[in-house]
Each structure stands twice: as structure tokens, then as C-alpha cells.
Write a protein that binds this ligand. Sequence first.
Ligand code: NAD
Length: 257
Amino acid sequence: MKRTVVVTGSTSGIGLGIARAFAAEGANIVINGFGDAAEIEKVRQSLETSGGKAIYHAADMSKPAEIADLIATAEREFGGIDVLVNNAGIQHVAPVEEFPIEKWDLIIAINMSSAFHTIRAAIPGMKAKKKGRIINIASAHGLVASPFKSAYVTAKHGVLGLTKTVALETARDGITVNAICPGYVLTPLVEKQIPDTAKARGISEDQVKNDVMLHLQATKEFVGIDQVAALAIYLASDAAAQVTGTSISIDGGWTAQ
Ligand code: NAD
């Protein structure tokens, strides 16, 4: 039986890597996110080469009604959702007293509340089938903080609370709920924040990469997108049936300190 996998924010970066990894196993995929329509269509087609079907849903993860439609569409098209990956996320870097209020609201909505909305909509279907896997892409910033990222750090800490709570609520229903906490992965999200961090700290962009981002990443290497995807594949496997309500760090030793 083909699995159906929904990955929010999967037109780029980690989400796309996760979608590709599940597609390579022949799963049906629902991708979501922003971007150029022709590019997205190319990505969608490339996700069908291993035999699964792929559809694109344009839900804005800051809009609860659109999120509900994303889940309903996946269920209607494929007869249910086996794996839900909450990955969509944005970043804004600024001192708290200058943090734009609308950016705070948007980051809380996209990085945290969207996972509540997808989970809320997907759980009844998973409960009915007595199986389901929910994987929340949190961050090392779900466990520890860095200055100038108040909204992001708050949202990611919140995602870990949601992960634990829903895991307890669904533990007898064949559903597992876990979070992955990556350190720095070189994706468009990270590349975009390099100039802002340089400005906020008054340092060069090279210094941001080496002295800020990789400062606490003990391996001094960025985490690979494929490495995060492999962890998601594991959490969705039968071997991980007893892994629930937890977070797994993949951060080059960052949060060991
Ligand atoms: P990215 O910018 O490459 O991708 C983000 C994706 O989310 C894109 O597909 C984008 O279109 C989508 N998106 C943004 N706003 C959206 C919205 N309103 N509705 C729907 N989709 C939306 O970023 P990434 O680095 O791949 O990040 C993916 C996730 O991983 C995020 O939750 C991020 O916080 C988390 N993360 C990233 C890193 C890192 O170092 N890159 C580290 C830890 C955690």
C-alpha cells in the first residue's frame, strides 16, 4: 500500500529534501509552499519518477482555512494521510524592541500555529485508520535561544510543547508525534538571514557563517538537507513505532553545550 505524505513548505530547502526522500520510496506526496508556478510544476513532476503521485497545494500556512483545505484535499485525493511533516517556516532577525509586530504574528502563525491547524485537521483521519506519523521540523532553537530571534525561538519552543501534548493524546491510536531539531542547514532560509544578522551584530557575512552560525556547531559543518530527510524517513518507519513525544537533535553537537 502506497503511503501518502504531506510536507508543508516543501517547494524549497529541507521540506523539498524530505518530499524527495519519501517520493524516492514511491510514496504519494502533497507539496506546498510559495514560488514560481513553472518551477513548482517541474518539482511536482520530478516527485513522480518513482511511481507515486504528487500534487501541489498552495495553502498559505498563516491562514487556518487554507490549511484545513490542504489536509482535506490530501485526504480526498489519496484516501488518507500516513505521514504529516510540519516544515513550513520563516525567520526574521532583529532586537526585540525593534521587532516588527506583524513579523512576530506571522512567524508565530507559520512556524507554530500552522502545525496545530494541520494536526487538528489530520488527527481524525489518522485515528480512524489507527495509524499515522507526525513529524514537526522544529530547530535547535526549540531547545536553546540565540539573541535577535525572539519570535522564531518562541515558536520553535512552542512546537516542542505541541509535539509532546499531541503524542500523549494519540499514543493509543497507532500515531506517533515527534520533532526534529536541526542545527544550521544551508538553505535559502539561512542564506537570507546572513545579511540581517551581519547588520544586527555589526560584523561581516563571513563572520556570521563561521563565528555565529557554526560557532556552537561543534563539527564546524552545516547539517545536510539529506541528513534531515533521512531522520524523517526513520521517524516514519516501523522501527520508530515506540519513538513518540520526543525531539531528536541533528545539530553537529550544538545543544550538547
Ligand atoms: P526555506 O526557506 O528553504 O523553505 C521554507 C519553505 O516554507 C518554502 O517552501 C517556502 O515557500 C515555505 N513557506 C514559507 N512561508 C510559507 C507560508 N506562509 N505558507 C506555506 N509555505 C510557506 O527554509 P528551510 O531552511 O528549508 O526551513 C524549513 C524548516 O526547517 C523551517 O521550519 C525552519 O525553521 C526549519 N529549520 C531550518 C534550519 C536551517 O538551518 N535551515 C535549521 C533548523 C530548523
